[in-house]
Design a protein around this ligand. Structure first.
Ligand SMILES: Nc1ncnc2c1ncn2[C@@H]1O[C@H](COP(=O)(O)OP(=O)(O)OP(=O)(O)O)[C@@H](O)[C@H]1O
Ligand SMILES: Nc1ccn([C@H]2C[C@H](O)[C@@H](COP(=O)(O)O)O2)c(=O)n1
Ligand SMILES: [Mg+2]
Length: 245
């Protein structure tokens, strides 16, 4: 069942005009209700944004691949964009590399700019933004620069011991996949990511998923979050002629 609930103009009133927020004030948020949870569908004219949160090795990237396959999102991994920037030999490369090696967070301006470029160069209107925001500073920078908020926030909740085990077994040659950097990343996660998780929880956008189990078992907990949106995600973006008026 669909219900129109509110104008979204307030989301964009203080932000710059971007590809994603032009004309947004004329559109409405719609809500769908399922027996399991209430899931807000997006504002028409802006992209459907899902933030994917979780500690290092919690399985964010692995689950994003499954969500892309099932629901047609574009996967934007903040970590991958930063690693690509290092590999490209850009001016920021060496600072990003040393920040990642130390398990710290790259300044938001750099990361948000990379995410913005990636989103704007893509025709899709459904994005999974993986590993972002890692801090309140990240979150605020995204809102100000992109001029949009996430529709859904996934949080993969995984015990530390399991995360450490997964990262040490990952074997992808990442400079941060060693025990010293992992310890630092876990500390930074505890200090900076929890405020973001609590923020979205208070706004009713957070879906906390127990990330222990097989990849398929975990995906079966993710699927019901997007399944009710399947048709609107496929046919209503950026705007359709049937229900979007
Ligand atoms: N449910 C699972 N059970 C066991 N291993 C898993 C599971 N999900 C993912 N893995 C493995 O754990 C490792 C980390 O997974 P992944 O790269 O998806 O985590 P991540 O949250 O993206 O981590 P990071 O924040 O460091 O990028 C990978 O080698 C992956 O194959
Ligand atoms: N918002 C972000 C995302 C990532 N980074 C840096 C620091 C992380 O340890 C590293 C790897 O990210 P991952 O692939 O684990 O998502 O990239 C950041 O500074 N800010
Ligand atoms: Mg990852």
């Amino acid at each position: 069942m669909w219900r129109r609930v509110a104008s979204v103009s307030h989301l964009f009133s203080h932000s710059k005009s971007t590809k994603f927020n032009q004309g947004a004030s004329t559109f409405k948020i719609w809500e769908t209700f399922t027996s399991e949870s209430e899931i807000p569908t997006p504002s028409k004219g802006s992209p459907f944004i899902t933030f994917v949160l979780g500690g290092p090795g919690s399985g964010k990237g692995t689950q994003c691949a499954k969500i892309v396959e099932a629901f047609g999102f574009t996967h934007v991994s903040a970590g991958d964009l930063l690693r690509r920037e290092i590999a490209s030999g850009s001016a920021y490369g060496s600072v990003i590399l040393s920040t990642i090696r130390e398990g710290k967070i790259v300044p938001s301006q750099v990361t948000v700019e990379l995410i913005q470029k990636e989103m704007e160069s893509n025709d899709n209107y459904k994005f999974l933004i993986d590993g972002f925001p890692r801090s309140e500073e990240n979150r605020k920078a995204f809102e100000q620069t992109i001029g949009a908020e996430p529709d859904v926030v996934l949080f993969f909740d995984c015990p530390e011991q399991e995360m450490v085990k997964r990262v040490l077994n990952r074997n992808q040659g990442r400079v941060d996949d060693n025990i010293d950097t992992i310890k630092k990343r876990l500390e930074i996660f505890d200090e900076l990511n929890w405020p973001v998780i609590n923020y979205y929880s208070q706004r009713g956008k957070l879906h906390k998923i127990n990330a222990v189990g097989t990849v398929d078992e975990i995906f079966e907990k993710v699927r019901p979050i997007f399944a009710p949106l399947r048709y609107i995600l496929l046919f209503c973006y950026p705007v359709c002629s049937i229900c979007c008026h």
